[in-house]
Design a protein around this ligand. Structure first.
Ligand SMILES: NC(=O)c1ccc[n+]([C@@H]2O[C@H](COP(=O)([O-])OP(=O)(O)OC[C@H]3O[C@@H](n4cnc5c(N)ncnc54)[C@H](O)[C@@H]3O)[C@@H](O)[C@H]2O)c1
Length: 337
């Protein structure tokens, strides 16, 4: 079986892969779309990260493909329908570190509530004056958690430790109600969550129904001065609408590990030189840049997953999944739907 790994940039990962599969597997540091696949038609299995565009156009260049593993939880970069039609087994890493991402969401929230970034900048600039750096307590404030899966639950436990009131919305209330009781959070509908939360944190997957769920209309239902945290996927938020709400002080602040159309930010020089610039893409990019430079917005480069502990767990799970597939065992992390 010919296996190819994409987006492998670090020596320890390469070493782990070679120890598991020998040096006959292909290891690329680039994402799938940047590799000339025409000379690798014999590939049977690929393992990618989130910057590989696993579209039908790319995947159809690999006629032998039987297995596609993503070394991430989210799999919105994969054309799942195409894979189903070609019987390609798709796996993700559903639980590499709910604590890892939840800790980052908390870091963004504390950065905002206690003006940590500005405080450090103040001292670095040579001043020890705290004027203008007053924050607010999290204890007793109400946080609305949208999506009560692995990460949302872990984040709720952390917020509980901070003595916050916690509202939760999830589309599978029957599945999560026992956990909600155990942690001590209140399950509500989305309208109530928008209306009553001082802070809203997103922990849902990117799906057609969640795409741009934070937009002009939903923001209008929120409290004045709400804080928004997004460590899930950038396209959950309409960047222009968020920017507008920040400029009108409807939204006080935002902590964003992910941005709408963030893959374009990585490729934006290339995009600027394209003949057919899509105006809507340009609008998103402009809004993203204005968000990145807004004094009450804290954007990080999709970094919430990025701890050595989490990356080691991701590699171990990814390698076990493909071994299960090769050995004809049940592939535990197969995405079924
Ligand atoms: N920034 C990062 O580095 C990073 C890392 C890991 C995961 N993520 C993102 O975080 C997301 C959540 O991860 P997870 O492990 O908690 O996933 P999960 O599958 O365990 O939980 C997702 C929850 O969202 C709920 N849900 C689905 N659609 C919904 C909707 N429309 N409204 C409300 N709830 C809905 C589901 O019922 C589920 O309980 C992932 O899909 C991924 O996109 C980001």
């Amino acid at each position: 079986m010919k296996i190819a790994f994409f987006e492998v940039t670090e020596a320890w990962e390469r070493k782990g892969i070679i120890e598991a599969f020998g040096d006959s597997c292909l290891i690329f540091d680039k994402p799938l779309q940047e590799v000339d696949l025409s000379v690798h038609q014999d590939i049977d299995a690929i393992l990618v990260f989130i910057y590989s565009h696993c579209t039908s156009e790319q995947l159809s260049k690999l006629p032998n493909l039987k297995y596609l593993g993503t070394r991430s939880t989210g799999y919105d970069h994969i054309d799942k329908q195409y894979c189903n039609s070609k019987n390609i087994v798709v796996t993700n890493v559903p639980r590499y570190g709910e604590n890892t991402v939840a800790e980052f969401a908390l870091a963004l929230l504390l950065t905002i509530s206690r003006k940590v970034y500005s405080s450090i900048k103040r001292v670095r600039s040579g001043s020890f004056d705290f004027s203008g750096l007053r924050g607010f307590d999290l204890a007793k404030r109400t946080i609305g958690i949208v999506g009560f899966g692995n990460i949302g639950q872990k984040f709720a436990k952390m917020c509980k430790g901070l003595e916050m009131n916690i509202l939760v919305y999830d589309t599978t209330p029957d599945k999560v109600s026992a956990k909600a009781n155990e942690i001590g959070v209140t399950l509500v509908d989305l309208e109530t969550l928008y209306k009553d939360s001082d802070i809203i944190s997103l922990h849902v997957p990117l799906l057609p129904q969640t795409t741009r769920m934070i937009n002009k209309e939903s923001i209008s239902k929120m409290k004045n001065g709400v804080v928004i945290i997004n460590t899930a996927r950038g396209d959950l938020i309409n960047s222009s609408d968020l920017l507008d709400a920040l400029m009108h002080e409807k939204v006080l602040a935002a902590g964003l590990d992910v941005l709408e159309g963030e893959s374009m930010i990585k490729d934006e020089l290339e995009l600027l030189h394209k003949e057919n610039k899509e105006v809507s893409n340009m609008q998103i990019l402009v809004a993203d840049h204005m968000l990145m430079n807004h004094q009450n917005v804290f954007v990080t480069p999709h970094n919430a997953f990025n701890t050595q502990d989490a990356l080691e767990r991701i590699l171990v799970t990814s390698l076990s999944s493909i071994k299960e597939f090769i050995e004809g065992r049940t592939v535990v992390c197969q995405i079924k739907s």
